[in-house]
Design a protein around this ligand. Structure first.
Ligand SMILES: Nc1ncnc2c1ncn2[C@@H]1O[C@H](COP(=O)(O)OP(=O)(O)OP(=O)(O)O)[C@@H](O)[C@H]1O
Ligand code: SF4
Ligand SMILES: [Mg+2]
Length: 360
């Protein structure tokens, strides 16, 4: 059985039967977002800097759900904040391009970027409770988003807010619209947050650990809702998670990140059936498998990820890699190793360097 099925934690129903489907014509498989050699650093008090994101390349196509996975601290959130140009001092983007609709987002003015943020690219932040304003009801927060981005009157915005709460399946939206964030459960807060992000029907939704703080049943409902909304609004998605089960079920392609770099990128099926990079292999082995015949077949990843302040020289995974050999003292490039478009940064695939595939 395909390995991906091991991680199937619930069945997601692809939509088609949902009422009110939006008709945004979309050509699947077109380049939507392209990140090139992105480097994001944080200045430290001693004058040195910490490289949180260290030269990543990532492409997202129209209609795609692209997963970004890796251990805590590997740079997932910093990558997503960099896309929206939301890195605050002492952080700064020191290199790279983020191409959106033919424009480099990093070269836009603050005003130009504000027009894209929320309207074309929206983000669900890692902690929904902290992202909602505790002083305003969720209705008021939705109304102000729609007045700002869609220039609706208060009355129109109220009607839209009510509709959106229904779309994200908040029970009893008529009374919930007046609730404050502290009156909502974690799952409902996440639904309200999702309502806010889809208010402007963005083309790309960045979801940073959208279910991390939720229990398993609510987690499945939120993921199912995201899949429904992706179909309904024809959105692409960058789904950030450290949960290999979540991305297996949701994503078309996956990038695996380690210590600020992408070490493997592949379509989901290939990544789970034939993981190439030793880190990806270790990540998959460390997922407990709820199948009795596979009992005892998982193992935890050796050691901790080194600090971003003290990145090992050479391959940055070499301090934990079971396959390390003398070549690994030099850092490998991310190279395309097959016609499926799988890219791996590991010297074990060095012979592929001499083949026709592009190095990037
Ligand atoms: N404001 C900041 N100041 C200094 N360092 C930071 C700051 N924000 C992030 N970092 C560092 O950048 C690195 C990447 O952090 P990031 O939040 O992107 O990790 P992550 O992969 O999202 O982790 P998690 O899964 O825990 O959310 C970490 O070493 C982190 O300590
Ligand atoms: S380059 Fe070497 S240390 Fe790095 S993942 Fe490959 S085998 Fe392991
Ligand atoms: Mg994070």
């Amino acid at each position: 059985m395909m390995v991906a099925l091991w991680y199937r934690i619930c069945t997601y129903h692809r939509i088609g039967e949902m009422e009110g489907r939006e008709d945004r014509p979309i050509e699947k498989g077109q380049q939507l977002l392209s990140i090139r050699d992105l480097k994001t650093e944080f200045k430290l008090k001693d004058g040195t800097s910490l490289r949180a994101v260290d030269g990543i390349n990532l492409d997202i196509e129209t209609g795609e759900i692209h997963g970004l996975v890796g251990e805590s601290g590997c740079g997932k959130t910093v990558t997503s904040l960099s896309i929206l140009n939301l890195i605050q001092p002492p952080g700064f983007i020191s290199n790279g391009e983020i191409i959106w609709n033919g424009n480099n987002l990093l070269a836009l003015t603050k005003r130009e970027m504000r027009l894209i943020r929320g309207r074309e690219i929206a983000m669900i932040f890692q902690n929904p409770q902290a992202s909602l304003n505790p002083l305003y009801s969720i209705g008021d927060q939705l109304i102000s988003v729609m007045k700002l981005h869609r220039h609706l009157s208060k009355n129109e915005a109220y009607k839209e807010a009510f509709k959106l709460l229904k779309v994200v399946k908040i029970p009893d939206p008529k009374s919930r619209i007046n609730d404050y964030p502290h009156q909502l459960s974690g799952g409902m807060c996440q639904r309200a947050m999702i309502a806010m992000t889809i208010a402007c029907k963005p083309k790309l939704l960045i979801a940073d650990e959208p279910t991390a703080a939720l229990d398993v049943t609510i987690q499945a409902q939120i993921l199912e809702l995201l899949l429904e909304l992706r179909e309904r609004f024809q959105m692409s998605m960058l789904l950030i998670s450290h949960d290999m089960g979540v991305v297996a079920n949701m994503c078309d392609r996956i990038s695996v990140m380690y210590l600020g770099r992408i070490v493997e990128e592949s379509d989901t099926e290939n990544l789970y059936s034939e993981p190439k990079h030793p880190y990806t292999q270790a990540l998959l082995k460390s997922v407990p498998v709820p199948i009795p015949s596979k009992k005892g077949q998982f193992s935890s990843l050796k050691g901790d990820m080194p600090s971003s302040i003290d990145i090992p020289t050479g391959c940055r995974f070499r301090t934990r890699c079971p396959m390390v050999f003398d070549r690994c003292v030099k850092e490998p490039d991310l190279i395309k190793i097959n016609s499926n478009g799988t890219r791996v940064a590991c010297w074990l695939y060095e012979s592929k360097l001499n083949q026709k595939y592009k190095v990037y």
